[in-house]
Design a protein around this ligand. Structure first.
Ligand SMILES: NC(=O)c1ccc[n+]([C@@H]2O[C@H](COP(=O)([O-])OP(=O)(O)OC[C@H]3O[C@@H](n4cnc5c(N)ncnc54)[C@H](OP(=O)(O)O)[C@@H]3O)[C@@H](O)[C@H]2O)c1
Length: 286
């Protein structure tokens, strides 16, 4: 009698896991979280996902693909929407063509921000920016069998993110002007990576999942929290989005919550900030 082979993803035993965009802030956190697996972690240089998968490292099959590569320059996408589409749409299609169980990351910027209570998975989408539109198309090409994980306002101890920018500016200046009319849930990449593993290990159904930090705040609130946690003496001047005049429109309200049964819960953003500061301290101590 032939024994049925257990599905390694469902059984929580993954033999071979691919991470794209492994040099990015989320990619690095995923590498740490999935370190016990047989990881193939490819940076932009190792696989430009805008190109079909011909890399020799992509030979053989994968039990899980964590697709963290993306064009994330929101303002840059307004100037070069085709460049953003090549990565966020064609790139995602190329990753999906591997045919493996796929986690594709998406964003709160698929919403227009007109709601005043948290966005759930069944809410209608209406991206305001070229970046948001490419990410929404990316969700579609990831396919119905992918886990589409939408998160928001990511930060971590590496890469270009708001927390690191504030730490740099706070050390140089007495005052920074920060937007106070956009509200979201700043999410620590380590907490997101952990929640993704929970989602997969618990064998939750495919489809869209909102995984973002608990709580919400404005960018100005976050800047003040960064200075307070770091003990930096820098004032935050609260300004409007219009005053700052960035090229890409952004949703005024982008708080994400899950309405789905069994959705992993992430810690509060302030806890994420403390975890990030601790990781930064460790990094600097090295
Ligand atoms: N950052 C946020 O606030 C935020 C919020 C919600 C959702 N997300 C989503 O979360 C995911 C991870 O974002 P992140 O914050 O970790 O971004 P990130 O730090 O900018 O990382 C993205 C990575 O993708 C790489 N990449 C860019 N173009 C590529 C290409 N053509 N082929 C292969 N790799 C490429 C980048 O490499 P180079 O730097 O060398 O180009 C970078 O290492 C993305 O899907 C993003 O849309 C982000």
């Amino acid at each position: 009698m032939e024994l049925e082979q257990p599905d390694p993803v469902r059984a929580g035993r993954r033999h071979r896991v691919l991470i794209t965009g492994a040099g990015g802030q989320l990619g690095r956190a995923l590498r740490q979280e999935f370190a016990a697996d047989d990881l193939v972690a490819l940076s932009h240089k190792e696989w430009d996902v805008a190109n079909p998968p011909s890399n020799s490292l992509l030979q053989g099959s994968f039990d899980l693909v964590l697709h963290a590569a993306a064009w994330t320059d929101v303002d840059g996408a307004e100037a070069d929407p085709q460049g953003a589409a090549a990565v966020n749409i064609t790139g995602t299609a190329n990753v999906a063509s591997l045919g493996a169980p796929l986690v594709a990351f998406s964003t709160d910027y698929v919403f227009d921000g007109r709601k005043r209570e948290p966005y759930v998975e069944s809410d209608g989408v209406n991206p305001l920016s070229a970046y948001g539109r490419t990410k929404l198309h990316g969700e579609a090409v990831a396919g119905p069998d992918a886990w589409i994980v939408r998160s928001s306002w990511l930060f971590g101890p590496t890469g270009d993110n708001f927390v690191r920018t504030m730490l740099r500016l706070g050390a140089e200046r007495d005052e920074v002007a920060v937007v106070d009319d956009q509200r979201g849930s700043p999410t620590y990449v380590g907490h997101l990576a952990h929640a993704v593993r929970e989602l997969i290990d618990a064998d939750r159904p495919r489809g869209v999942w909102h995984l973002a930090a608990d709580g919400d705040c404005t960018w100005a609130d976050l800047a003040e929290a960064v200075f307070s946690e770091a003990g930096v003496n820098c004032r935050v001047r609260r300004v409007s989005t219009d005053e700052l005049g960035r090229p890409a429109p952004r949703p005024a309200y982008a708080v994400l919550r899950s309405e789905r049964a069994g959705a992993p819960r992430l810690p509060h953003w302030r806890e994420g900030l403390r975890a990030c500061m601790a990781a930064l301290g460790t990094k600097e101590a090295k």
